[in-house]
Design a protein around this ligand. Sequence first.
Ligand code: UDP
Length: 340
Amino acid sequence: MNAKTLSVLVTGGAGYIGSHTTRQLVAAGHQVTVVDNLYSGHRWAVSPEADFHEYDAGDRVAMRALMRSRHFDAVIHFAGHIVVPESVSDPGKYYRNNVLGSLNLIECCEEAGVGLFVFSSSAAVYGNPATIPVHEETPTNPINPYGRTKLITEWTLKDFAERTGSNLPLRYVALRYFNVAGASLDGALGQATPEATHLIKVACEAACGKRDSVSIFGTDYDTEDGTCIRDYIHVEDLAAAHLGALDYLATGGNSAVLNCGYGHGYSVREVLDMVRKVSGNDFSIRETGRRDGDPVCLISDNRSIRKLLTWAPQHNDLELICSTAFQWERAKQGPKSRKG
Ligand code: UDP
């Protein structure tokens, strides 16, 4: 272990981004404890070097006991629900888990004197931004419950960090993720969430014959080809941003909200063309109506994160994102091929 070894609690460390981050934290020599209720994560995805607890990260009793049992320097909080359309149809599930669960966790951190917090936020806090690319100062105006739950948790962190009279003021970094996709380059980890809805995952399932077709949700948007545009970031780069944020906070950095994307976007049609190309499978595509809660275009201005953290994209390549996602999907025999 090196001098900068930290004791880090990772909530949602069995999930997609959390498992990649846990692996990078372990490789960097940190002591990692993962808490995950395995709602959408998998036990096999957690690095064996990490201590694992099957708890709900919003369970105040369990988290308080865990934080009393040992000291943590920092928390990285991934645990949360992430499906925009589901948040529209079942907002209570999102407010309970994402807002209340995060508040419980933040209060447990405060009680236990855990002063550093990295939070998985989302570009969904911007809604339909008036200007592209989106800067962190762009007014937030989420257009779906998912985005609102992320913004409320950012505000909660801000208020706790600015709270007067606290012995150990909280410092935090909220990373506003754009669209994460892809799998680890060695094929060990990838997107394994059951019933995934995200575009690249769904397209790779179709390319592997696990679905009959992919639907394009809306072809009449005000974009060049009529489909929505997103800024897709490789999961290994996104994971690395968390280590950068941790390092930044551990060396005295002030609280910050940072966009996490590459700064350019691709339309739904461009993504589907790329998945067809890397897979060599011209799976069928159906054009359907718009999906509730979808912003037309989200592209990050990533100058702040590049300036503040020692982070720079390593895998800024849609072809690599889609090919690693496809190879991962193909290597999985089916939903039951890995236990957890
Ligand atoms: N999308 C689509 N078909 C799908 C899944 C997604 O056309 O099967 C579109 C969706 O409407 C959005 C974009 O792809 O415009 C990205 O959606 P995704 O669910 O991947 O991420 P989000 O931006 O909602 O977090």
